[in-house]
Design a protein around this ligand. Structure first.
Ligand SMILES: Cc1ncc(COP(=O)(O)O)c(C=O)c1O
Length: 405
């Protein structure tokens, strides 16, 4: 039959997974395109032991659970992890979700009507853009620089478009790895409060900070949620995830904020999937609070390793083929956002590179205003050899373009 999809479903076609992602999944090409952590650093044996003891201890581990998520894991987050980050969520103010992507999806479902204007950092992550398009939002880009969103541009976009919401990732924006300064955080927060804008703050990458870790980071780069410091009726919904710090397959993220907002998301969640996997949430809780696993130490290990991989990628970017490219060195996250030489188009370079056996994310998937002059390179997932070979193959493709022009 001829399927008659909804108008909204057609927005999915604009960002369907490009074919190279499937090829990368089959191991056919080297991928510098993905948002994947390094699987050799997953806490495999501890998770295996955890799974055995959680499943054998209590048949309830396989039963339906609460829509808000497994109570002890929510308590662990509230009492330990989020408290350290000065994120306050009162009773009913924390929802466990199927990754932070579901938190984004649920929030857009309950907050956005078709035609509502939503501000985003430009560039921003493909997942945020897709969720907003699916909801029929009008996406309004805001310019940023090395310190974060530019307050003057934010102010003029607010006056011009009367938006309802701002989506942002102040700590290591995907794709460009920008870490907003404390001053910018404060300025953006104040502007949004003045204009009654809800802020969705995605902190999925915030712990991947290579320079330092712990209290000084939280003080120097506090979340917008922590800066506002309001439990009820606040302007910031704080979103996070265990995907980048433990393992994405556990599909556990969270949304913390006002009870009214989180309550509405919880109601929508019951339509979407009733609850996220309580088995996965029990595994995480056991791993974090009973087993010998120490999340803070584990994050330090990830950060040491990712910093080394980033260093290697930066060394490779110094080679002649890249001499007309630009980038800002990120202090964390998983990506380098590279400006291509004048006239070189990201999609054309991608086609040439995939023909040689390597992929990256072309800028247009992250951009509201074009993005053809940029590519995003992932350094967290490829091992040393893959990274060397992958970068050499992109260099070859780039050199061929330069020779032709
Ligand atoms: C900025 C950002 N937010 C959210 C997500 C979703 O991650 P997850 O659903 O695995 O927590 C991603 C994916 O990598 C991302 O890049």
């Amino acid at each position: 039959m001829k399927y008659d999809f909804s108008a909204r479903a057609h927005t999915l076609l604009s960002s369907q997974l490009p074919g190279y992602r499937l090829e990368a999944g089959r191991g056919a090409i080297i991928s510098l395109a993905e948002e994947l952590p390094a699987e050799e650093l997953f806490p495999l044996s501890l998770l295996a032991e955890t799974a055995a003891s959680v499943i054998s201890a209590d048949a309830n581990a396989l039963q339906y659970g609460d829509p808000e998520g497994y109570g002890p894991l929510r308590e662990w987050l509230l009492g330990d992890w989020l408290k350290e980050k000065h994120v306050i969520a009162g009773d009913g103010g924390l929802l466990l979700t199927t990754g932070s992507q579901q938190a984004i999806d649920l929030l857009t479902r309950v907050y956005i009507d078709p035609g509502d204007r939503v501000l985003v950092e430009n560039p921003t992550s493909p997942g945020i853009l897709q969720a907003l398009r699916m909801q029929g939002a009008v996406i309004v880009p805001v310019r940023g620089d090395r310190e974060g969103l530019q307050p003057d541009h934010l102010r003029s976009q607010i006056r011009l478009h009367r938006p309802k919401m701002l989506f942002c990732t102040p700590s290591f924006t995907n794709p460009n790895g920008i870490l907003w300064s404390r001053r910018r955080r404060q300025e953006v927060l104040e502007l949004c409060i003045e204009h009654h804008l809800l802020i969705v703050e995605d902190d999925s990458y915030g712990d991947l900070h290579f320079q330092r870790y712990g209290e000084p980071v939280a003080q120097r780069y506090p979340s917008l949620h922590a800066l506002e410091n309001v439990a009820e009726g606040g302007h910031v919904l704080y979103i996070g995830s265990f995907s980048k710090t433990v393992a994405p397959a556990l599909r556990t993220g969270w949304a913390a904020g006002s009870r009214e907002l989180v309550g509405m998301m919880t109601a929508a969640k019951q339509l979407a999937d009733r609850q996220s996997s309580s088995l996965n949430q029990r595994l995480l809780h056991h791993l974090l609070s009973v087993s010998a696993f120490d999340l803070r130490e584990h994050i330090q290990l990830l950060n040491r390793e990712y910093k080394t991989r980033l260093k290697l990628m930066v060394e490779l970017l110094k080679r002649p083929a890249w001499k007309n490219c630009g980038y800002d060195l990120p202090e964390g996250g998983m990506f380098i956002w590279v400006t291509l030489p004048e006239g070189l188009d990201a999609n054309a370079l991608l086609r040439a590179s995939t023909a040689k056996g390597v992929s990256f994310l072309p800028g247009p998937l992250c951009s509201v205003t074009g993005g053809g002059g940029y590519i995003r390179l992932n350094f967290s997932h490829p091992g040393r050899d893959e990274l060397l070979l992958g970068m050499n193959l992109i260099s070859e493709a780039m050199t061929e373009f330069t020779a032709r022009s």
